[in-house]
Design a protein around this ligand. Sequence first.
Ligand code: ZN
Length: 273
Amino acid sequence: MAAPGPLSLNTATIREQWSLEQAIEGCQRHGISGISPWRDKLGQCGVEKAAKLIRAANLTVTGLCRGGMFPAADAAGRKAAIEDNRRAIDEAAAIGAQCLVLVVGGMPTGSRDLPGARQQVEDGIAAVLEQARACGVPLAIEPLHPMYAADRACVNTIDQAMDICDRLGTGIGVAVDVYHVWWDPYLPAAIERAGNRILAFHVCDWLVPTTDLLLDRGMMGDGVIDIPAIRALVERAGYKGFCEVEIMSAGNWWKKPADEVLKTCIERHATVV
Ligand code: ZN
């Protein structure tokens, strides 16, 4: 099997240790050629300054995390979400991001209407898609593991995301994160269907046991996901981009020195991805 695409650092991986400025410098120092910032850190740094630093470091921005969170209990909430996504698209364009990652949102508080939430997601994406196309920033729907359907993302499989893409047309695709899709018995067919609409490939690992729904993600190689098998599927589908490491780990990796985390990412990227 050929070597994986180049490594990109999703800054969530060292969220507790480093600012965006430090992450940019750290990538450069460790020879990591891609970065995927989160908007909170981007805001703290300032979009223009970040764009300048990223250009100077010659980093590829494999994504901006994140847009989405479209469903809301009332029209004012949905409008606010759409406005926030418009700002996210502008920020993604400003830093030259290859896509804006969408964590689409779950059900409004108190709601039991899952189909309704899914419709709100599609309506929200449709409302901002024209701007994304005009800015040259593709929207990457990231299907999340179904355990997040209520509170983070009610798009839970690649097929479901592709159905939305098929209905909405160009300028939209998917981010394939092994953490969220590895369990899917129909994964090979779904990835083949996604084909050239795979805009990003995220890696980490599924720990057994997982002790926190959100913040207990594993380093590649420490869990049960056959990452090379999934990488082979996305590559066979035509994906030629980066492997973006995204590990939210409150109990382990966020407590280690960031340089050690990056060294481990580099080593595991070379050996188990
Ligand atoms: Zn991801």
